[in-house]
Design a protein around this ligand. Structure first.
Ligand SMILES: [Zn+2]
Length: 453
């Protein structure tokens, strides 16, 4: 009842009040998912040409970057011709930040810090329209997993609440309106995990959304104790890949299907699973997701390649062929659900181990991603638990951090990690990816031997 009231009444009214066309975007993407291959290709081409023409006129760095690569303004006949354009990296964007912002939007964009997928802190800008569209795309993808706009949803998440006081009250009211509640994913331990499960049971959610690691932790505890959370339509996971063993534990414990999602702070939801579970549908009516080989050329479906994203609708700081640091593999098949949106078979992104503190609490790797957002001078990082009571931050930066900065970083994490955890900071030249190309951002004790020399 409330779900419908919110979706068709309160939410449209609120968005209109905020001057956002989210409701129109939701309708556009609702229809976009059913376009056939030809219609989708035409739509992509139209959106891409509009974006490129805009960048050629208004984005100084992209003009220079593209001209230097031999590109000239002109209409593409097929999206595959975008392969002539050079890719964009975080380093290039950061070094040319002001000239990456489109002239007409200067001073009017919103900014967002991101940890990125590879542990390179990074900022980017976007317009309100881009945000409204991303929100619409997110609700579509979440809807496939049973967590539509207004669905009573439990979030096992690290952020979303500002604690007590006025900010906290505002957050609680806002989230209550959206019919969702946040359950802290940061402080779970053997002593409080049953209470956390009981709190979720009492909330009686129709869907659950969370980081992979803490959701798996809840699932395994529920399997051990026999606790249930009845009535769920789906469990949606994000922040890292969902593997088969984890998926089956979640499905068994929660009594519903698990839905993998793939997103990033730069562009929000890029792909999500539908109820057919044959892969993750790429939001191809909203963005272009290419997979590139070592030579920079697109790889075939079935082969893994570096992810390059082009967001069709962010005219504030247009990301065109932006390498986000992940690798992914397109499926060679179409989904039997009939949606035209292409499928990703797998995403080889970051790996976030759950770390256990000496006093028995579990800290999801995503916590460190959030902490490192505050350190833009750090180009790359990895947190390795070298012993049960010892944690090492391995940092790559242009200039080594000062002792004061070290102290400040340690001070920011010590309260959560507890006094029994020794925290050490070391500067390193680089952080090697795993042999499969994945980036391990947090490494638990059990896996540390393989990482640290
Ligand atoms: Zn499907």
């Amino acid at each position: 009842m409330y779900e419908k009231l919110f979706r068709y009444g309160l939410f449209p009214a609120y968005e209109t009040l905020r001057g956002r066309a989210t409701v129109r975007h939701i309708a556009e993407y609702r229809d976009g998912q059913w376009l056939d291959e030809t219609q989708l290709a035409q739509l992509q081409l139209t959106k891409l040409n509009a974006l490129l023409a805009y960048c050629w006129e208004h984005v100084p760095f992209l003009q220079d970057h593209w001209r230097a690569a031999g590109c000239r303004p002109g209409t593409l006949r097929h999206t595959s011709e975008l392969a002539q354009y050079p890719t964009l990296t975080k380093t290039l964007i950061t070094a040319n930040y002001q000239d990456m912002v489109a002239r007409p939007w200067r001073g009017r964009t919103l900014a967002k810090a991101t940890g990125g997928s590879t542990g390179e802190p990074f900022r980017c800008e976007y317009t309100m329209e881009a945000y409204a569209r991303r929100t619409a795309v997110m609700w579509r993808g979440y809807g496939w997993g049973g967590a539509s706009l207004g669905t009573r949803t439990a979030y096992v998440w690290g952020t979303g609440m500002r604690g007590s006081g006025w900010g906290g009250l505002k957050d609680r009211l806002y989230h209550a309106a959206f019919n969702r509640r946040f359950f802290d994913a940061l402080n779970m331990n053997d002593a409080n995990i049953d209470a956390r499960i009981a709190a979720i049971q009492r909330y009686r959610p129709a869907a659950l959304v969370g980081y992979v690691a803490p959701v798996v932790l809840l699932a395994r505890r529920m399997l051990a104790t026999g606790a249930r959370v009845p009535g769920l339509r789906g469990v949606l996971t994000g922040a890292e890949a969902l593997h088969q063993v984890e998926r089956s534990d979640i499905e068994q414990a929660f009594g519903c299907k698990a839905f993998d999602t793939y997103g990033s702070r730069e562009v929000m939801l890029m792909a999500a699973e539908c109820a057919h579970h044959e892969g993750l549908h790429v939001s191809a009516d909203h963005l272009l997701l290419e997979t590139l080989g070592a030579d920079g050329a697109p790889v075939a479906a079935g082969e893994s390649g570096a992810v390059a994203v082009t967001d069709f609708h962010n005219f504030g700081m247009p990301l065109v062929r932006y390498l986000n640091g992940d690798a992914a593999t397109y499926s060679t098949r179409n989904c039997s659900c009939g949606r035209g949106l292409p499928l990703l078979e797998s995403i080889d992104g970051r790996v976030l181990d759950l770390l256990k503190t000496p006093d028995g609490r579990h800290i999801p790797g995503e916590y460190f991603v959030m902490v490192m957002l505050g350190w833009p001078e750090v180009r790359q990082w990895q947190v390795v638990q070298t012993a049960p009571d010892s944690l090492q931050f391995r940092l790559v930066s242009n200039q080594p951090l000062t002792p004061d900065q070290h102290a400040s970083l340690i001070k920011s994490v010590q309260p959560l990690l507890g006094d029994a955890m020794r925290v050490e900071i070391v500067s390193v030249d680089s952080i090697a990816p795993t042999p499969s190309g994945k980036r391990r951002l947090t490494v638990a004790c059990a896996n540390a031997a393989r990482i640290v020399d």
